[in-house]
Design a protein around this ligand. Structure first.
Ligand code: 5GP
Ligand code: MN
Length: 321
């Protein structure tokens, strides 16, 4: 059950020392929504930081003006923890203990698979991005959307909607973004920072990954993978494989795109995207993962060759249902 923005706002107004917890492998929405809330709370005079446990991606770093830290004791006794764009404490594994140390917890998220683990919740699977929810929360709290907050929210929304192309994009998404323009955002500049900031290694690894392409079910399923060896040979980072799965989905006739990332010998992270009718969140859930209908993921604990077989079997079964 969701709380109202007013209830959540009250809890925030009453707190002084606040830590925000975006999920691991921060994407534009996790980062943008956390940065927007962090700026807003600092503007209210709160002591607020975004606690992270991995590096901020290069194309998102432009938003971090001293908000993100991995120093857990930056606030020794927080009175509030806020999980952002994250519906599962397993997605901030090294910050769990710190998270529950605060006497009050809030979850602000839009994942359909979110199981409540906080005292206060605003979970809206219809929201295209957590950034949309943060926008509405700030408005309900009477907080001014400054240009900086607006640009972080724009970053959140443009990335989670595939730059307004995915089916999660609604009239409200555009209405919110229209209001961000009123705050003076430079959407084009934010887009250049996010989308036109690639290293050449990204192209090299993409080239290698695309050479692993196979299809199943008469071309309805496209599958690619990346191994640590491929990263080593191209000098690319795992985060530079982001976006490959969307390219697979863009192939004519493909309904389900699958991308497997080798984390270690027996840990394979699966990313799935569907185009118009397959519920990939349900397939991910069968494997202990989750996500959205058109974008979901899971972790398979087996070597790459076996993981490929496992995911193929699950998808074929789901398409035959
Ligand atoms: P991606 O493929 O970009 O890693 O993830 C796509 C979507 O699926 C994201 O919204 C993400 O939150 C969700 N997702 C990915 N991996 C997992 C997972 O292991 N567990 C859960 N619950 N959700 C995941
Ligand atoms: Mn999101």
């Amino acid at each position: 059950m969701n709380n109202s923005f007013h209830e959540i706002g009250d809890v925030i107004f009453k707190s002084e020392n606040i830590l925000l917890y975006p999920h691991l492998n921060m994407d534009g929405d996790a980062m943008g929504s956390a940065v927007a809330l962090c700026i807003a709370l600092r503007n209210l005079g709160k002591n607020c930081y975004i606690l992270i446990e991995d590096k901020v991606a290069d194309n998102l770093a432009f938003m971090d003006k001293g908000y993100c830290t991995s120093e857990q004791n930056i606030i020794e006794n927080p009175d509030l923890s806020v999980s952002m764009d994250c519906g599962d404490m397993g997605r901030f594994p090294n910050r769990k203990e710190k998270f529950v140390q605060a006497p009050t917890t809030i979850c602000i998220d839009h994942h359909r698979t979110t199981a409540e683990f906080c005292q206060y919740n605003y979970i809206d699977p219809k929201a295209a991005a957590t950034g949309e929810i943060v926008f509405k929360l700030l408005k309900a709290m009477g907080i001014e959307i400054t240009r900086e907050i607006g640009e972080a929210l724009f970053a959140a929304i443009t990335t989670d909607t595939g730059n307004f192309q995915y089916s999660n994009t609604t009239k409200e998404t555009h209405a919110i973004v229209a209001e961000l323009y009123d705050a003076g955002i430079n959407a084009s500049q934010v887009s250049v920072n996010i989308y036109e900031n690639n290293r050449i290694e990204r192209l090299l690894i993409t080239n290698r990954i695309l050479s692993t392409l196979t299809t199943e079910c008469n071309g309805k399923v496209a599958i690619c993978y990346v191994t640590r060896q491929m990263l080593k040979e191209t000098g690319a980072l795992m985060e530079e494989t982001e976006g490959v799965v969307q390219q697979l989905r863009a192939i004519a006739g493909v309904e389900v795109a699958v991308f497997l990332k080798e984390k270690d010998d027996t840990t394979i992270k699966v990313s799935m995207r569907s185009k118009s009718y397959v519920d990939v969140a349900a397939i991910a859930a069968e494997l202990g993962g989750g996500g959205h209908i058109r974008a979901a993921g899971a972790t398979i604990n087996s070597p790459m060759a076996q993981a490929l077989d496992t995911i193929k079997a699950h998808i074929i079964e789901s398409l035959e249902k």
